[in-house]
Write a protein that binds this ligand. Sequence first.
Ligand code: SAH
Ligand code: SF4
Ligand code: F3S
Length: 459
Amino acid sequence: MENHNKYYIEKLAQINAAAGIEKPTACVVTYGCQMNARDSEKFSGMLFEMGYDLTNDEQAADLVIFNTCCVRENAENKLYGNLGNLKEKKRANPHFKIVLAGCMMQQDIVVDKIKQSYNFVDVIFGTHNIYRFPELLYSHFETGDSIVDVWENATEIVEDLPSLREYPFKAGVNIMYGCNNFCTYCIVPYVRGRERSRKPADILAEIKVLAANGVTEIMLLGQNVNSYGIGLECGTTFAQLLYMVNDVEGIARIRFMSSHPKDMTDDVVFAMRDLPKVCKMLHLPFQAGSSRLLKLMNRKHTKEWYIDLIDRVKANIPDIALTTDIMVGFPGETEEDFQHTLDVARHVRFSSAFTFIYSRRHGTPADLMENQVDENVVKDRFNRLVTEVNAISLELNEGRVGKTLSILVESEGKNGVLNGRADDGSLVHFEGDKALIGKYVDVRITEAKTFYLIGEQVQ
Ligand code: SAH
Ligand code: SF4
Ligand code: F3S
């Protein structure tokens, strides 16, 4: 596999040299979730091996690859806007290449629209064959034709792709791909395929290499990490995997996302409680409070069941930080249904909540439901929800003023302020030397905001 790619990677380096571009540049633009962010690191790795320098400047680059998302309509619109902006550049400079990849490309209607309205795009492929990117780009350079190669299903999991990691001290690691849940509003199962779990040995080998290279924080990634293990011969469960990762020397923090409430078994709760490296934070989307709506969404849990689960988690791990995804405006949602959503938010008290307005997705069952909710009603509910969840976030943050937290410093922001994260995932700003990036620092919290905390380094 690797040699196969190497062949095309070398050919591409020659092609670029022959075109008189000594050091071509490429820009990887990423939309969507952590899964896409991780795939983009692989695109960057492959491009780097083809001889491209990576840049963030779309307009200056010799090649732009868009790693697309289609979970909501506004994610798709961003791509079309960007393509419109690059049209002139492409016309003026035919050697400039535009590549489209990711979830959006798994939909026939999108590919048809691009062929029709954006026919200057050079290469299109989807989520199931990202490892073939060098080969597809090569055939474009060889033939001059637009190349479209979208696979309907995933074949085997391809290990050992090159990768240029975004951070030297923290890393996302895929443990599984795809989703089997088919929530009726969601496009992800159609564009990411069925659940496939990576072998524990492959996951651990990757994490050991990361640890040896200085990574201390690992985020285990999957659409539904707690159904990890389906189809594996060894039968390893997610809880067992947590134990294995906890044993890797050099790793200090383990996070994971996302979890589905229906698969949040007690053994995972106990592993979180008992394993020192597993961070005390849990992202557990509930989407809506009304059990009637949850059934229509095919979420396979009720309001009461979710609340009971949260209460069990809190009883076992009292200092846990809970986060969630909430959606308003699912077809048929009434004011009464919405009140159940507010009720769950008030009962659980999430540290932070990602709130979304329901977006109709072509090909999903909910798109065919007749009772779509009026836009203004949805906006009003959305605003009330955001007010409520933000007030709770602020209250929880205020309760932490005066505490000292261990912060992994991630980046330098404006005016020399450092950004870092506590064990429970909260964002902390404090003044300090940027040499601290990648290190753990004790910070005393002095001020609380809705979305972050402000503190000072404890000397
Ligand atoms: N697999 C993860 C989440 C994947 S998508 C999980 O189920 O937890 C992230 C979030 O986007 C979802 O939790 C949901 O809240 C939101 N989402 C998915 N489809 C959507 C749609 N059609 N409209 C609006 N929000 C949507
Ligand atoms: Fe979408 Fe549901 Fe799968 Fe999450 S669990 S990706 S919301 S279908
Ligand atoms: Fe978007 Fe695909 Fe992730 S649709 S949310 S990038 S799995």
